[in-house]
Design a protein around this ligand. Structure first.
Ligand code: PBG
Length: 326
């Protein structure tokens, strides 16, 4: 035998030497769920080990995240029912929960990159990402609100916005609004290839944001399509996006790879709530080794081409990188 591939796998040292992909703590973005009130650290039933925080306890969480060396957070708010309406009016409140959360994070650690979710669903009485008219999600009036919402987040101190709504033309509208407001450093991470996925279930429990009627298939994409995802990404790039996102992650590795190869923007992958829940549930039953499942998933995403990974496992990953000197 002349070629013996097992030589490259013969010891830990050589395996590390020839390792093609690595994870680094800077690659990870921490999603955070925030609620009104004080002293609240609420467990989320379908996301064991994950919590909703009130602003006072968010402070400790931000310190912990910073101490672990993580560099970015992605903020989501759970809005009280009384504040929800069809147009998402509360989203524009300069003193709303999101706006205060941004200021809280920046007060604790101004260096931490703050990205905010931009979509109407947490604010919508219908639980949809856009304004509803005659049972339809109407695009253009929604985009106007999203652009104002994005400006309001940057005004409150956010560094980047992450529009997750999948309305047509929203990236261009947000970019224009930033230019008009003089926010020339504000970044846009576009959820470009966001699929209509069952894997968002636990997230909707976390934010109480499940659609009140119908589903999200008229704006989120059909899981069967990849060319459509590429088209959305090209449009987002042309409209001024700074980074693209694919969501969910593990079932969409080909989409990550395609966007990475075809376009010249950093690509992020959102390892979503259902992907977190699957690993947690199997691990709780002793059916999977959680640490290994997490690392293998993250390596898979990097191998597919993800530059950045948003995941509910971000803090665990930071600890695992330390523990195993990954
Ligand atoms: C809201 C939004 C959703 C997620 C991120 N932003 C839910 C949805 O589109 O219904 C899902 C994230 C997750 O499941 O972890 N537009």
């Amino acid at each position: 035998m002349i070629v013996r591939p097992r030589i490259l796998r013969a010891s830990g040292a050589v395996r590390e030497l020839v390792q093609e992909t690595r994870i680094h703590v800077s690659d990870f973005m921490v999603p955070l769920f925030i609620v009104e009130g004080t002293g609240i650290k609420e467990p989320i039933a379908s996301m064991p080990g994950y919590y909703r925080y009130s602003l006072d306890l968010l402070v400790d969480e931000i310190r912990e995240i910073s101490d672990l060396g993580l560099k970015s957070v992605l903020l989501f708010v759970k809005v009280e029912d009384a504040l929800k309406d069809n147009a998402g009016t509360e989203a524009l409140n300069p003193n709303g929960l999101m706006q205060r959360a941004i200021r809280t994070v920046k007060d604790v650690n101004p260096e931490l990159l703050v990205l905010t979710d931009v979509a109407l669903d947490p604010y919508s009485s219908y639980g949809h990402d856009g304004i509803v008219e005659n049972g339809q999600i109407i695009n253009d009036p929604t985009v106007e609100v999203l652009a104002q919402m994005a400006v309001s987040h940057i005004k409150a101190g956010a560094d980047w916005v992450a529009p997750s709504d999948m309305m047509d033309g929203r990236i261009g509208a947000i970019r224009l609004a930033f230019e008009e407001a003089g926010y020339t450093n504000a970044g846009i991470m576009a959820y470009s290839a966001k699929y209509a996925s069952c894997f968002y279930g636990p997230f909707r429990d976390a934010l109480d944001s499940a659609p009140g009627f119908g589903d999200k298939k008229t704006y989120q994409m059909n899981p069967a399509n990849i060319r459509e995802g590429l088209k959305e990404a090209i449009l987002d790039m042309e409209e001024g996006a700074d980074m693209l996102m694919v969501k969910p992650a593990i079932s969409y590795l080909d989409v990550i790879k395609t966007l990475k190869e075809e376009l010249l923007l950093p690509v992020s992958a959102y390892h979503v709530s259902g992907e977190y829940a699957m690993i947690k549930a199997a691990a709780e039953r002793g059916w999977l080794n959680e640490e290994q499942a997490v690392i293998e998933s993250m390596l898979g995403l990097k191998r597919a081409g993800a530059d950045i990974i948003a995941t509910y496992f971000a803090k665990d990953v930071a600890r695992l990188i330390e523990k195993y000197k990954l």
